[in-house]
Design a protein around this ligand. Structure first.
Ligand code: CP
Ligand code: NVA
Length: 330
């Protein structure tokens, strides 16, 4: 087990004696060790196959009698929709308190968590600071808390990305993926999960926009099968010969004031046909979506034959379901 923000690996106790988060929360990819990740991918693949069975699927009552709160203070199409569908397909139900009530200034997040856990068993949370999700989880003792995106991490996206690559490649180890653009939440979680599976990750960003040193240190600890994280400023050098090229928006939610400056700085990092031509002959194109077409990616690439962006979107459902089953199976 890994030592992580939520302490799954170390079973860390909060200083005030509050709850142990080990095994009940997924706040970061680091809450999984490689065995957890491989188990998750196998389960997600099974759930994907079994979806056609509907109520006959073995997991159709996995969340029977279980309520999950959806607490989002940033917009979402894929994450919200897939968790709502996943909870229902697993036989559970959800509540959706408005952000100003659950995540605003009306009361502390700790009190929100302590109240919620008297009625619901889980919370899927999308917010700004990662610390807010950790605080909510730490204030509770039973609540299963899932990070549905923070400024720093998007671990649920990384699970779906790994499922997509595993489907395409079979065994992912030894492959190389170039992430071109902002060293953001998606880049961090992808680098953590991919290197755990043995995929080397190249990250190409303008100076000052790469992944922080702490991520490189995490990767050194968790990477398997010789995988590495290698940071570049030259997108062509990063993409040369790789098996997949991944990008995301240059301006993440909450950073809109920086958009004009970022568009200028990131312009040389656009994923277009010229850049894709540097990748390996069977390289696929990945994007977590939503995409800003004409900025980080051209229509020709995202709509082209190598694009797997809607496979990634589809897999958000199956991997979200597998995560819920894992967190609630006890
Ligand atoms: N990829 C992703 O998280 O999409 P949403 O912001 O629409 O949930
Ligand atoms: N990096 C993007 C991801 C959106 C799914 C953001 O945080 O806005």
């Amino acid at each position: 087990m890994m030592e992580s923000a939520s302490g799954r690996g170390g079973g860390r106790q909060a200083a005030d004696g509050a709850a142990n988060l080990a095994g009940r929360c997924f706040l970061s990819v680091l809450d999984f060790n490689p065995d957890d990740l491989e188990h998750h991918l196998a389960l997600a693949a099974t759930l994907k196959q079994d979806r056609r069975l509907g109520r006959e699927a073995a997991t159709s009552a996995a969340l029977q009698g279980t309520y999950v709160a959806i607490l989002f203070e940033k917009p979402s199409l894929r994450t919200r929709s897939t968790f709502e569908i996943a909870i229902r397909e697993l036989g559970g139900d959800f509540i959706d308190p408005s952000a100003d009530v659950a995540l605003g200034t009306r009361e502390s997040l700790a009190d929100v968590g302590r109240s919620l856990e008297r009625w619901v068993e889980g919370a899927v949370v999308r917010t700004f600071d990662q610390a807010r999700i950790v605080d909510l989880a730490m204030a509770t003792s039973e609540l299963r808390v899932i990070n549905a995106l923070s400024n720093d991490e998007h671990p649920c996206q990384a699970l779906a990305d790994c499922l997509t690559l595993q489907e395409r490649w079979g065994t992912p180890q030894g492959r190389r993926v170039a992430y071109v653009g902002d060293g953001n939440n998606v880049a961090r979680s992808f680098a953590q999960a991919a290197t755990m599976l043995g995929i080397t990750v190249h990250v190409a960003s303008p100076e000052g926009f790469g992944l922080p040193d702490a991520v490189a240190a995490d990767v050194e600890r968790i990477a398997r099968h010789g995988a590495e994280l290698v940071q570049f400023t030259d997108p062509i050098a990063a993409v040369r010969g790789v098996d997949a090229v991944y990008t995301d928006v240059w301006t993440s939610m909450g950073r809109e004031a920086e958009q004009a400056e970022r568009n200028r700085l990131f312009a040389p990092y656009q994923v277009n046909d010229r850049l894709m031509a540097q990748a390996g002959p069977d390289a696929c194109f990945m994007h977590c979506l939503p995409a800003h077409r004409g900025e980080e990616v051209t229509d020709s690439v995202i709509d082209g034959p190598t694009s797997v962006v809607f496979e990634q979107a589809e897999n958000r459902l199956h991997s979200g379901k597998a995560l819920l089953v894992m967190l609630f199976e006890d």
